[in-house]
Design a protein around this ligand. Structure first.
Ligand SMILES: [Zn+2]
Length: 442
């Protein structure tokens, strides 16, 4: 048995199916791992075995490790989601009240959030996930969990109080500093203007400038794809969002009044289409949710125009819970931008299973199992700027993969792909860079 944290070992794993993504599925396959890297794979038998240990996983399916492109791990201690039936604005009210309670002087919020993040990272790895796009609202020590998962930590910024690009709110300025600190600790970072209804335009512009500056300094010291500073933003998540952006009225205005954060002067907000163009200015922009974007032709046209720098991150179960419908995947596919999946946090979702998100799309007929597999592997890796490290199995790349045990042995490649998303299929173990980060591997 190999446990997390042990030294690299060399081995060949044999399985009924191997789905590398980089090429067609292989039946009766082998995969060789040495010094944390994939050094070969093919149809059994390998030409040379030498003295490398061979581990036969029987009727297992091996795929690239999964990528969950959008999470909020700080909610991982929630036993069940906050009430969603009142829609996004009512849900936010509950979340903010919960967070205020968490930060009351009598509680150690930092310790609680760290414990939740650690628990969420363990749950993710057990679900076959090797890489996460995490939205961070605190300066917690993400380096404590970065040994387990590949992390892209998007530091969140937002604010409605009067300010300008030259005098940012202190919380925003300190968020930029937190992000730089994480980057210096070797963690891949990004920035996340929260949403158009909660973030003034100049804060978004400052985030783009910060992303570009970090890219500039990064290029000088050559730090590989840690150099990317993608931006992620929740867009068009509520049907009331457009009304608020245009007139500053409706349920969002009431929400901010009720929370006591509506400013004395009208905040400087921007349209959804303008935010899309701003996201596209960073080297990679992630549009999260986008449930109601299809009602906005101008916004859809901008996505199409910037399809090579934008990714659409959908969270099907959260969207269904908050808005009563599934993401507009057919229209998103037509836009030409890559689509990937996120679980969102346990504040709106019962668990962190990225396979369950994909199964939700497959069961509703919105995606084929083959499309869903791309969404939770190579597309997710691209969205997070990790396309050279994870999301596919290729010689010379880090050995990031997951071993799955189906309840019935699949007789064809299509059946193997379908079985990945079957609830009766179990995750046996998850590997990052040749190390098991969850499960058992005998
Ligand atoms: Zn979110």
């Amino acid at each position: 048995m190999l446990n997390p944290g042990q030294q690299h070992r060399s081995f060949i794993v044999r399985s009924k199916w191997l789905l590398p993504i980089t090429c067609r599925p292989l039946e009766n396959a082998w995969l060789r791992v040495e010094r944390g890297l994939v050094t070969g794979f093919g149809v059994w038998p390998p030409r040379t075995v030498n003295n490398i240990e061979v581990i036969d996983q029987g009727n297992a399916i091996i795929t690239p490790g999964f990528v969950n492109a959008h999470t909020h791990l700080e909610f991982s201690s929630c036993q069940k989601p906050f009430a969603t039936k009142g829609g996004l604005h009512e849900w936010i009210h509950e979340v903010v009240s919960w967070k205020r309670e968490q930060h009351s002087p009598s509680t150690d919020a930092h310790e609680k959030i760290t414990a939740a993040v650690v628990s969420g990272s363990r749950e993710s790895a057990a679900c076959g996930v090797v890489a996460l796009g995490e939205i961070a609202t605190n300066d917690i020590a993400y380096n404590e969990i970065s040994g387990r998962l590949r992390l892209r930590v998007f530091r969140e910024v937002l604010g409605l109080d009067p300010s300008s690009i030259k005098s940012l709110p202190p919380r925003v300025a300190s968020s930029f500093r937190d992000s730089q600190q994480l980057s210096r600790a070797g963690i891949a970072v990004g920035l996340s203007p929260h949403a158009p209804y909660s973030t003034q335009w100049h804060i978004g512009q400052a985030a783009v400038n910060a992303a570009k500056n970090s890219l500039g300094s990064c290029k000088r010291i050559r730090r590989g794809d840690n150099c990317l500073t993608p931006l992620a933003m929740h867009l068009a998540e509520s049907k009331f969002e457009e009304e608020f952006l245009h007139k500053q009225t409706g349920p969002f205005r009431k929400l901010f009044h009720d929370l006591g954060i509506w400013p004395a002067h009208a905040p400087a907000l921007a349209s959804t289409a303008d935010w899309i163009s701003l996201l596209a200015k960073s080297n990679r922009g992630l549009i999260v949710h986008g449930t109601f974007l299809v009602d906005n032709p101008q916004a859809m046209a901008r996505i199409k125009r910037h399809r090579h720098t934008l990714a659409l991150v959908i969270c099907p179960r959260t969207t269904r819970a908050l808005s009563g419908k599934l993401p507009p995947l057919a229209e998103f596919k037509k836009s030409g931008a890559r689509v990937c999946l996120g679980t969102d946090g346990r504040g709106s979702n019962p668990d962190l299973s990225i396979r369950a998100e994909a199964a939700c799309l497959i069961d509703s007929g919105l995606a084929t199992p083959q499309e869903a597999l791309l969404m939770i592997t190579s597309n997710g890796a691209w969205a997070l700027g990790f396309e050279h490290r994870t999301g596919s199995i290729a010689t010379g790349r880090p050995a990031d993969f997951v071993i799955l045990k189906p309840s019935v042995s699949p007789s064809t490649a299509d059946k193997a792909t379908t079985a990945i998303f079957d609830a009766t299929t179990a995750v046996v173990s998850t590997f990052r860079g040749g190390h098991p980060i969850a499960g058992h591997f005998a």
